[in-house]
Design a protein around this ligand. Structure first.
Ligand SMILES: Cc1ncc(COP(=O)(O)O)c(C=O)c1O
Length: 386
């Protein structure tokens, strides 16, 4: 059993420290299964590295150091056969900052940013922060429920003023890991219209489906790489989002300097602890990650088996992430409900609302928690639906 060495069972009381996920329902008997962080302790290798750095007791200004960059370079080579030069890496205090910088440098006021919905809400909001216009295309569910691209619809939203294609892969919330064929079609689309690509790949370490492989879009070839800003972070995979360390990989020198210029004076340095944790995670965190994947795959299957028994709900099986995307529209129509999140909160489970993702009538369930917590959440949902 690969996970015997790690503890994914102990329920840690997160209410004893401040935190978004559990604070939302303070004083209420509602299990929080909403925002995308997990209820597991960070990997031992990460905690030990942080403790060692903490013991030094001096926390001065610190730029990214060579062994940190090398840990990322080695991980890209190991996981994606991607030969990244350390000079291509720009550290960021978060992914959201990273794709906002991309919007800022892409074209001028009024130009277009294309993205596919439903999607992580800050990706829908980013264009307007920089007076760009959002050009939204909708992903479409296929016969098997898995979402995919409508390339005609994508072509239809593009205009002569489109400048940036904001991609989420693996995709939050629909859990897709896009195939080489799909990514090639998207890259062709970007090339035909001379668009920059900003690819948010924060969930790349969380591929659950054995047949699926994450492919950074920039690895399709030099033509794609030269127009692409790839954003990654250790935060989702190793459950350290509060440490706020992310990075952009930008192979093209000119695009990289434009990116640095757009960050200037606005984007702060990354916290030392975020960088220490990132180095430990990329260098030593693989056994923990593999064990986690095993656990999450089991949790996903349990969610599908349990909620799949209720024809009022349609649950998308995520190929990646610890997030299940649930279509509640039939349930709403049958029961005359207009607020599915409120319905599940009344049942004692806190889910994410689909509306800010661009999909009213949907909810998102986070199954990144110990099995006992998951079982309790599913039992509450089942009781409410029975
Ligand atoms: C697709 C995606 N991008 C970015 C983030 C957040 O990144 P950060 O906290 O580093 O800004 C999330 C968090 O859920 C996400 O799902």
């Amino acid at each position: 059993m690969p996970h015997a060495a790690f503890d994914f069972e102990t329920v840690l009381d997160r209410r004893v420290v401040p935190g978004e996920k559990w604070d939302r329902y303070a004083g209420r008997d509602v299990l929080p299964m909403w925002v995308a962080d997990m209820d597991f302790a960070a990997p031992p290798c990460v905690v030990e590295a942080l403790q060692q750095r903490l013991d030094h007791r001096v926390f001065g200004y610190t730029d990214a150091w060579p062994s940190l960059k090398n840990a990322i370079v080695d991980a890209m080579a190991r996981d994606y056969a991607w030969a990244v030069d350390p000079s291509w890496i720009i550290f960021l205090p978060g992914m959201v900052a990273g794709f906002n910088v991309a919007c800022r440098l892409a074209g001028d006021v009024g130009d277009g940013v294309i993205t596919a919905a439903p999607v992580y809400p800050p990706m829908l909001a980013a264009a307007s922060h920089h007076d760009r216009s959002l050009q939204r295309v909708d992903l479409v569910p296929g016969a098997d429920g898995a979402y995919g691209w409508d390339l005609d619809a994508l072509a239809a939203v593009a205009t002569g003023r489109s400048r940036l294609f904001l991609l989420c892969n693996p995709h939050n919330p629909v859990g897709r890991v896009y195939t080489r064929g799909e990514l090639e079609a998207l890259a062709d689309f970007a090339e035909a219209r001379d668009l920059l690509i900003c690819s948010d790949e924060i969930h790349c370490g969380l591929v659950l489906e054995p047949h699926a492989r994450h492919l950074p879009i920039a690895t399709l070839g030099p033509e794609v790489a030269r127009r692409t800003i790839t954003l990654m972070a250790p935060s989702k995979t190793w459950n350290i989002p509060g440490l706020y360390c992310a990075f952009a990989i930008i192979p093209a020198p000119e695009l990289r300097s434009r990116y640095r210029r757009a960050m200037r004076g606005i984007v702060p340095h990354v916290n030392i602890f975020g960088m220490v944790a990132a180095e430990a995670a990329y260098r030593d965190g693989e056994p923990w990650r593999l064990a986690l994947i095993d656990i999450l795959r089991g949790h996903r299957d349990r969610v599908l088996a349990c909620l799949g028994a209720f024809p009022e709900l349609t649950v998308v099986s995520p190929e990646a992430t610890y997030l299940a995307w649930i279509d509640c529209r039939r349930m709403m129509a049958t029961r005359g409900i207009d607020d599915p999140v409120g319905f599940f909160e009344a049942a004692g489970v806190g889910l994410s609302d689909g509306r800010p993702f661009g999909a009213p009538g949907f909810v998102r369930l986070n199954f990144g928690c110990p099995r006992s917590t998951l079982e309790e959440g599913l039992a509450r949902i089942a009781r409410a639906l029975a």
